[in-house]
Design a protein around this ligand. Structure first.
Ligand code: ADP
Ligand code: MG
Length: 334
C-alpha cells in the first residue's frame, strides 16, 4: 500500500483552476520533489497534503485513512516554508520545541529534545540564541529541526533552500539528504530548481499549469522525457522536427549527445549525419557549447564538446562541420 495517495485532486481559486485532477502515490521513505515553473501549482498541492487547503474534488489518503479534510495538527506532518518563519521573540530551543505540548513535555525534557535535534543538525551550541542572531542557513536548519521535533510521519518542504545564497544552498541540500536517509523519513519538497530536484529526489513530479507532465526517477526524466516540456525543463535539449531520416517525428537530442567532426566526405557519409555551419562557441568550463546552423539556414542547434576535443580538432567559426545524431540519442517527443 502507498503511504500517501492523491486521487484526482482539483483545486480552484474562485474562477481559476490551479490543479486539474492530480493523481499521485508516494511510498514510505521516498524523497519526492514537485518541480515546475512558478505558478504551476506546486505549493497548492503541498498545502493540500498538509491540510492547509481543501480540494474541490478528489481525495488524499494516508495509508488506509482518508485525510482530505483532516486538520493539519491531526495529520502529524512537519512543514518547512521558504522564509524560515521562526518566532523572533523565542530562543532557538523554544522555537524547536514549540509544537511539543502536553504534560509529558516538561521543561527539562523539551530542552533535552532541543539539544538532541541541534546536534543532529550540526549546531550544538546555539540553543539560547534568538533567530536574529543566526545566519539564513542556520535559521533554516532550526526550522528543519522544529519540523522534525515531534517525529512527523511526513516532512513537507516548500522551497526551503531558495532564499539562501548559492554556496549555503548546496551545503544544506547535501545535509538534508543525509538527514533524510538517517531518519528514513518520507519527504515531499517543492522546488523550481531542476538541479536541486535531480540532486535530492528519488522521484521527481514535473508539473506545468496545474497538471503533472511526467513522474520518474531523475535519470529517466533526463534520458527519456516524454514530451517537449519535460525535455526542456530538465536540462537543455535540441528539438528537431524535420530531419529527413527521422520519418516526420519530433525528436529531442541532448547537447552532449551530438557528435561533431570535421566536414570530410567520409564523415558526412556516416548514417544520421548532417552538414552544419558553426556560428559561434562559448567556453562553459569543462566543455565548449557550439552554436550550429542547419543547411535550411534557420534551425539552430547546440552541441557540447569536451574542452580537449575542441582544442585537438581546431574547430573554428563559420566553417562547415559534420554532426552525427545517432538514434540511441533520440528522445521521441509527443
Ligand atoms: P507554485 O507554488 O508552483 O509557484 P502556486 O500553487 O502557489 O504555484 O499557485 C498556483 C496558481 O494559483 C498561480 O497561478 C497562483 O497565482 C494561483 N494562486 C495561488 N494561491 C492563490 C490564492 N490564494 N488566490 C488566488 N490564486 C491563487
Ligand atoms: Mg510555491
Amino acid at each position: 500500500m502507498s503511504f500517501i495517495s492523491i486521487d484526482h485532486v482539483i483545486k480552484d481559486y474562485e474562477e481559476y483552476r490551479a490543479l486539474h485532477g492530480i493523481s499521485l502515490s508516494i511510498d514510505r521513505g521516498e524523497f519526492i520533489c514537485f518541480l515546475g515553473p512558478s505558478g504551476c501549482g506546486k505549493t497548492t498541492l503541498l498545502n493540500i497534503i498538509a491540510g492547509l487547503h481543501f480540494p474541490e474534488q478528489g481525495k488524499v489518503m494516508c495509508l488506509d485513512e482518508d485525510i482530505t479534510y483532516l486538520t493539519p495538527a491531526k495529520r502529524k506532518f512537519g512543514i518547512v516554508f521558504q522564509n524560515y518563519a521562526l518566532f523572533p521573540n523565542l530562543t532557538v530551543s523554544d522555537n524547536i520545541t514549540y509544537g511539543l505540548r502536553g504534560k509529558e513535555w516538561h521543561k527539562a525534557k523539551r530542552n533535552e529534545r532541543a539539544d538532541e535535534l541541534l546536534s543532529l543538525i550540526g549546531l550544538p551550541h546555539i540553543a539560547q540564541r534568538y533567530p536574529v542572531e543566526l545566519s539564513g542557513g542556520q535559521q533554516q536548519r532550526v526550522a528543519l529541526a522544529r519540523a522534525i521535533a515531534n517525529n512527523p510521519r511526513l516532512l513537507l518542504l516548500d522551497e526551503p533552500l531558495s532564499a539562501l545564497d548559492a554556496k549555503v544552498r548546496v551545503t544544506l541540500r547535501n545535509e538534508l539528504k543525509i538527514l533524510q536517509r538517517k531518519l528514513g523519513i518520507t519527504v515531499v519538497m517543492v522546488t523550481h530548481d531542476q538541479e536541486e530536484a535531480m540532486a535530492l529526489a528519488d522521484r521527481i513530479v514535473v508539473m506545468n499549469e496545474g497538471r503533472i507532465e511526467q513522474i520518474g526517477r531523475p535519470e529517466s526524466l533526463y534520458l527519456a522525457p516524454e514530451n517537449r516540456f519535460v525535455g526542456e525543463f530538465i536540462g537543455s535539449m535540441n528539438i528537431l522536427s524535420t530531419p529527413q531520416w527521422a520519418q516526420g517525428k519530433t525528436i529531442g537530442v541532448r547537447y552532449e549527445q551530438i557528435q561533431v567532426r570535421p566536414a570530410t566526405e567520409e564523415n558526412l557519409l556516416q548514417p544520421y549525419s548532417l552538414v552544419v555551419r558553426m556560428m559561434s562557441w562559448h567556453l562553459m568550463g569543462a566543455f565548449y557549447r557550439l552554436e550550429l546552423l542547419m543547411s535550411d539556414q534557420s534551425t539552430q542547434l547546440y552541441a557540447d564538446v569536451p574542452y580537449q576535443y575542441f582544442q585537438d580538432n581546431q574547430l573554428s567559426e563559420h566553417t562547415l562541420v559534420a554532426i552525427t545524431i545517432p538514434p540511441e540519442s533520440w528522445c521521441v517527443l509527443s
